[in-house]
Design a protein around this ligand. Sequence first.
Ligand code: 2HA
Ligand code: ZN
Length: 277
Amino acid sequence: MSMIQEANCIRRFKRVCGDGWDQGWHERNGGNLTYRMTEEDVKVCMPYFTIKGHEWVDMGVKAPELAGAFFVTTGSGKYMRKVALDTSDCIGIVEINETGDAWRIVWGLTNGGRPTSEFPTHFMNHSVRMKATDGANRVIYHAHTPNIITLSTLIEPDARRYSRILWKSMTECIIIFPEGVGVVPWMVPGGAEIAQATSELMQTYEAVVWTQHGLFCSGSDFDETFGLMHTIEKSAGLYLSARAAQGGSEPAYLIADDELRQVCTAFGVSPNDAFLD
Ligand code: 2HA
Ligand code: ZN
């Protein structure tokens, strides 16, 4: 195993891929993960980079503020389950060119691999989240979270409706995503249209539901991003179980709006008022 795999950013990246698999979020090649490396990460990994034989590949989207950035990314068609086993085949590091509209592989994705099919979506979301958080957000994670997908077959694709269900099913949700969640209606994955729709919502939300597909989450580090995904998915599951236990109707004792406000006051967070009664 090459020493680059001991780098903190690679170890933590691999951990998320494995944890997501363990949760049942990544059937076959489902889901993808990208991480915008820090200068320190790049310094540690640089000795293992090679650009020989790697061409710039146009992305079809552009973000000049990400010019020269380096990303760790899962590979297109690769399995999260295999990342720990065949790391350099399943993931890679790409460099962004100086106009911010093309990538080239500098490490990994051996055997002719390419970054995830959702790379343009991740890239645009990195741009939006970096600006929205003053550079703090570095991780974008997409998973096929089963409870969120099930929920999206039962309710309309409306951000207020989802946010209220998720906040009201588990007390601390509103502290973790006080702005609520965004919702993209059903769309074809992998294209510019879903990239555009998601990145518009990510100006406001750290998490966006993809109807009948899964979730897109962002965060400043791997723990925070995985934790956000996990919290949203768990809350959706609790709601579905409660609803099923009650014969399919709305659970009788969801957390009240006034109680949600009390939690926010106690923990010093400002909720998205438009989503509270
Ligand atoms: O990587 O999940 O949305 C496969 C996908 C595409
Ligand atoms: Zn997907």
